[in-house]
Design a protein around this ligand. Structure first.
Ligand code: PBG
Ligand code: ZN
Length: 321
């Protein structure tokens, strides 16, 4: 006799007891945009509900984050001063170093993650040092060491290099270890595609490239085997967590990593993915709260243990009910 599969869907109780995937607030990492300025709480036009804060007002956001049970935040800085190399990113008094110190002092239980890149700090908006109109990999590695060391001295718990430079994880692991920061976690943006879904983020962080695009360092969206090579490289170089970014158009890649590697897998539910749900919801075309939960669930079902998402607060409110 064939199984009657509908039997296990009959009541809420049976559905709950056989559910294969469940979201938890502890899966979420919430991104924060911190601007070097005073008295700023400015909504990002293309990301309704997401704000840029200055440090003197970030407590408004953090109090809510902590009250909702969210345990981790990832920080993006918007500095006043930009230059060709992004040297503000390794200033001990730079905006992200100040933010790390502030959060670890006032919210000691929060896990503080720093994005490690240069596009928010360079006057040209590319993710490293330029040479002949392209990012020079090995010159950028030298500066990556300086940036993570400044973040480590400020007290960061985890660093997440997002620039797709070859050997970034190796260099960062070495710099951290030789300075006594062996227990800082490295979450590699191992598989980061060159995606148009980052558009709203670049408005939020003032980090759009002033010329060209990022195709010489971020991955071609057509490539799947290459994702395994990128992930393996990060493992060999000492990463503790692997990330896939974006999430939704790359659920197959999340699953590939889950099936092939045994490190925790993170997925970045990026700005454009957030904006699309918000825009359709605000037009009354979809129920954005339900679509949000279905979307987050699909990312977890695909294999992500950790989800970096702008929806974290809203989703936590629903999960905490
Ligand atoms: C910086 C960085 C970007 C994102 C995270 N870190 C932008 C980019 O690569 O252009 C995108 C995040 C998002 O879209 O939400 N390298
Ligand atoms: Zn960058």
């Amino acid at each position: 006799m064939a199984t009657r599969l509908r039997d296990n869907r009959k009541t809420e109780e049976i559905r709950n007891s056989v559910r294969e995937t469940e979201l938890q607030v502890s899966n979420f990492i919430y991104p924060l945009f911190i601007e070097e300025a005073n008295n700023i709480k400015k909504e990002i036009v293309s990301m309704p509900g997401i704000f840029r804060y200055s440090l003197d007002r970030i407590h408004e956001e953090l109090d809510e984050v902590v009250a909702l049970g969210i345990k981790s935040v990832i920080l993006f800085g918007i500095p006043i001063n930009k230059d060709a190399e992004g040297s503000e990113s390794w200033n001990d008094d730079g905006i992200i170093q100040k933010a790390i110190r502030y959060i670890k002092t006032n919210y000691p239980t929060l896990l503080v993650i720093a994005d490690v890149c240069f596009c928010e700090y360079t006057d040209h908006g590319h993710c490293g040092v330029l040479c002949d109109h392209d990012v020079d990999n090995d010159l950028t590695l030298v500066n990556l060491r300086k940036q993570v060391l400044a973040q480590a001295r400020a007290g960061v718990n985890m660093v997440a290099p997002s620039g797709m430079m070859d050997f970034a994880v190796r260099e960062i692991r070495d710099e951290l270890d030789k300075n006594g920061f062996q227990d800082i976690i490295i979450m590699g943006y191992s598989v980061k595609y060159c995606s148009s879904y980052y558009g709203p983020f670049r408005d939020a962080a003032d980090s759009a490239p002033s010329f060209g695009d990022r195709r010489t360092y971020q991955m071609d969206p057509a490539n799947r085997n290459e994702a395994l090579k990128e992930a393996q490289a990060d493992i060999d170089e000492g990463a503790e967590i692997l990330m896939v970014k974006p999430a939704l158009s790359y659920l197959d890649i999340i699953r590939d990593l889950k099936n092939n590697f045994d490190l925790p897998i993170a997925a970045y539910n990026v700005s454009g993915e957030y904006s699309m749900i918000k825009a359709a919801g605000n037009n009354g075309w979809i129920d954005d709260q339900k679509v949000m939960m279905e979307t987050l669930l699909s990312i977890k079902r695909a294999g992500a243990d950790i989800i970096i998402t702008y929806h974290a607060k809203e989703a936590a409110k629903i999960l905490n009910k």
